[in-house]
Design a protein around this ligand. Structure first.
Ligand code: SF4
Length: 794
């Protein structure tokens, strides 16, 4: 009871906390004000029932129930009568947005340019990606706060102005905080980070998106999603011994590969679900991102209820119980999946995935021979545990149990052993319950509650340029991801396997079968650790200075802080409308270039060192299309300026020529190939061409998400009616629209043609197609979707 009082005393989140004793768990808990985080179940269920009628009462999967109950206009989205999953586009109303500090910058800058005074849905910002791990939590945090001060000041002031919950550096990693505070069964939420699906451990749909999508939800604009297919993962049996939920998803990643989940939701069902802790399910959902899944979810379980209770959200649990009793939080009997995968948990063994890709899965029993076959050194150079994927109380108590066994035998870890707690709440609870001491006793270094080595913020000096192998309990293992060293082979495993192997220092060690030799010559074997899913004394919140006050009111008088000389942040100027002398036809557009072949959002706006300019459109635009191939000549990052001034060269880089066009007030267009803009949703890939004056892009075909992003930024995407016309237009040609005015004015059967005047003087017309809706035409006329929203304000 003493510990409980301490928890309550520390609770800034608890508004009028009420003491209760949990029935479902051993943990006493407090109750916080959940009014802003409880999904509006009555409303959702009413919509779900309406959708059921529209779909002739066919049984629905859980994913469908959640998606369709968040439809903005069910009749409009589901009226096609045909197949929905994999084909229809859904207009959705998410209930919440969470953003991490790197991606929040451009999202907020865009939101600000809409001119609204508050977000349409509860929104939170989490400072986690910019904390560099060097020598331990306290100094790392201090140093990173100083070096990123201008970004944190900007985020904090914008949060204050618009009533956004701001989680300071040190509070923890976005996904762990969302799971602990905001996630609730049956809700639909968006996050500007690919591991947003982590929250699916609480039986909801949490989807990772780009900033422009988040801004849709924040401005109350319906958010569009192509209805994903639903893959059913049928779980039977029970995990035992060393196998953990991490091994389930590592095994599944091997089966599905990194593309197997694309355009699909992974929906787990069957008796094996209920045996897993809520945080274990979150690990599984988190790494659904590694197979490209839209998100992952699970039916509501007793363990989810227990987790909600233990994290102060009993009112959410009670509301979810009621919704579950009406059948809302699980799939209907007979619901059909697009594919069903059977997994017997009793047969799963620990698995190690990698290096360099999360789908190269090797069962632990075969890992030693796998290492030998490849000719790699049988040496581990570091073990890393924690991150948003695996830093639950259960994970940490499991590894602490191993550490205790090792310490009792007189062992310490043989290699650097780093632990990243997922949140201040987890860290403080670990500290109170002696877990941190136990880990430090065997050599662990506990880092700040932040992403750290998981996102390359690991200043590692011991293996520069050397081939070496690390084991992590993180989720991603692309080359260089952790320490920037291309030669670091990064393997993914459960925290328990990482920990056991850190004591052996060798890759071929199998703690299930092998023994370690003690200095005395005796043999020591680990016994499989059990762990504890929830703390007996409840969670303690730790340093509450890191936390926001719940549901803050906007403070409109706040000035958003952007330094005048900032190279990382820049206010977005609203884009002006394209129209001029030609009324609702576009002015004559110069063709910048004809892009050849594959052109992903990464080709349009490269990542890597450019990421630091995410909040500065002028600076990041210097990377426009720098890895795209010009079809006229076949070179990368080469464009031609046919209107050159004396002394200038005709050939230059693509951004340089785009910049010249901007300087001359010359609006321009691009001619592009098939599936233009595929890849991750990156709003910069639409913002940057628009910034330099691009008004229209004519494609053989577009990737849908990017096409929508172009529309949002006020760029007109047109499709060649005849794909062969692609080759007829080249750089320096001038293109004029014919019929765009008719389309905008709503004339039936209006078709947009392009009049092309070649540099040779030849003139011809070609026909195009488009996918512009009525609303999207309004965005285009206003110059951008955000301009349109601003124009609608009273
Ligand atoms: Fe992303 Fe890693 Fe941070 Fe998780 S811990 S949010 S995976 S960078």
């Amino acid at each position: 009871m003493k510990m409980l009082s301490a928890t309550l005393r520390n609770s800034t989140l608890a508004a009028g906390p009420t003491l209760r004793r949990s029935l479902a768990t051993h943990a006493p808990f407090y109750e916080k004000d959940c009014s802003s985080i409880t999904p509006p179940y009555a409303q959702l269920i009413e919509k779900w029932e309406h959708v059921r009628e529209l779909l002739n009462n066919r049984p629905l999967t859980l994913a469908e129930k959640i998606l369709y109950s968040h439809l903005n206009d069910p009749e409009k989205s589901l009226s096609g009568g045909g197949k929905i999953r994999g084909e229809s586009y859904l207009q959705l109303t998410p209930q919440r947005v969470a953003m991490q500090d790197a991606s929040a910058q451009m999202a907020l800058l865009q939101f600000m340019s809409a001119g609204l005074s508050r977000c349409a849905v509860p929104t939170s910002i989490h400072c986690d990606h910019l904390i560099q791990a060097i020598d331990g939590a306290e100094s790392d945090l201090k140093r990173s706060i100083t070096s990123n001060e201008e970004v944190f000041d900007f985020l904090e002031s914008a949060a204050r102005k618009y009533g956004i919950e701001f989680w300071k550096p040190g509070s923890g990693i976005i996904h762990q905080i969302v799971l602990e505070n905001y996630a609730a069964p049956g809700m639909l939420m968006l996050g500007t980070d690919s591991h947003t699906p982590n929250a699916g451990g609480l039986g909801l749909l949490a989807i990772g998106v780009g900033g422009a999508d988040a801004v849709d939800a924040m401005t109350g604009t319906p958010w569009e999603l192509k209805a994903p297919q639903v893959v059913g993962i049928h779980l039977t049996g029970k995990l035992s011994g060393w196998a953990t939920p991490k091994d389930l998803i590592l095994h599944l990643a091997g089966k599905l590969t990194v593309r197997g989940g694309t355009g699909r939701i992974l929906e787990y069902f069957g008796p094996g679900v209920a045996n897993q802790s809520c945080t274990g399910l979150a690990t599984v959902a988190n790494m659904g991102a590694e197979v490209g899944a839209t998100t992952s979810t699970f039916p509501y379980t007793d363990n989810m209820r227990a987790y909600l209770n233990a994290t102060g959200r009993a009112p959410v649990a009670r509301a979810a119980d009621k919704a579950a009793s009406m059948g809302f939080l699980n799939a209907d009997e007979g619901a059909e999946y697009d594919e069903v995968i059977e997994i017997n948990l009793s047969e799963l063994e620990p698995t190690i995935n990698g290096p360099f890709t999360p789908d190269l899965a090797t069962p632990l029993s075969k890992f030693g021979s796998f290492v030998k076959e490849r000719g790699w050194k049988d040496e581990l150079s570091a073990g890393l545990i924690g991150s948003c994927t695996n830093s639950s109380y259960e994970d940490m108590t499991r590894v602490a149990e191993l550490a205790k066994q090792a310490k009792a035998a007189g062992l310490a870890t043989k290699v650097p052993f780093l632990c990243t707690p997922g949140s201040e709440q987890i860290r403080a609870t670990m500290e109170r319950d002696g877990v941190i001491n136990t880990l430090e006793d065997v050599g662990a270094v506990v880092l700040a509650n932040a992403c750290g080595p998981c996102i390359g913020q690991w200043k590692r000096d011991d293996m520069k340029g050397e081939e070496n192998a690390i084991l992590t309990s993180f989720n991603r293992n692309f080359k260089s991801r952790n320490d920037g060293n291309q030669l670091t082979m990064n393997f993914l495993a459960s925290p328990t396997i990482v920990t056991a192997m850190a004591f052996s220092g060798s890759l071929s060690f199998n703690p299930m079968t092998d023994a370690l030799t003690l200095p005395s010559g005796q043999l020591f074997r680990f016994t499989p650790p059990a762990g504890q899913d929830l703390p007996t004394e409840g969670f303690t919140q730790g340093n509450t200075d890191y936390y926001p006050s719940p549901t803050p009111e906007p403070q409109p008088e706040t000035e958003v802080i952007i330094r005048a000389d900032s190279q990382r942040l820049e206010l977005l100027e609203p884009f002006s409308s394209h129209f001029g002398d030609r009324g609702l036809e576009l002015p004559p557009l110069k063709v910048l270039m004809r892009v050849r072949g594959k052109c992903t959002t990464d080709h349009i706006s490269a990542a890597g060192p450019w990421l630091k300019y995410k909040g500065h459109l002028t600076n990041i635009s210097e990377n426009l299309l720098i890895t795209a191939v010009n079809d006229e000549g076949g070179n990368v990052n080469v464009a031609f300026d046919h209107d050159r001034a004396a002394g200038e060269t005709e050939t230059d880089t693509i951004p340089a020529v785009a910049k010249r066009f901007k300087a001359r007030n010359q609006p321009w267009t691009l001619v592009v190939d098939d599936n233009y803009g595929e890849g991750s949703a990156r709003e910069h890939a639409a913002l940057q061409p628009r910034f330099y004056g691009c008004a229209m892009i004519v494609a053989r075909s577009f990737a849908r998400i990017h096409e929508t992003n172009l529309k949002k930024q006020g760029v007109l995407p047109l499709w060649f009616a005849d794909k062969a016309d692609y080759s007829r237009i080249g750089s320096g040609d001038v293109v004029e629209t014919i019929g765009l005015a008719d389309l905008i004015e709503g004339r039936q059967n209006a078709a947009v043609k392009l009049k092309v005047t070649k540099r040779t003087g030849e003139v011809f017309e070609i026909l195009t197609k488009h996918t512009m809706s009525e609303d999207q035409l309004k965005w285009f006329c206003a110059g951008s979707a955000l301009n349109f929203i601003r124009s609608q304000m009273p």
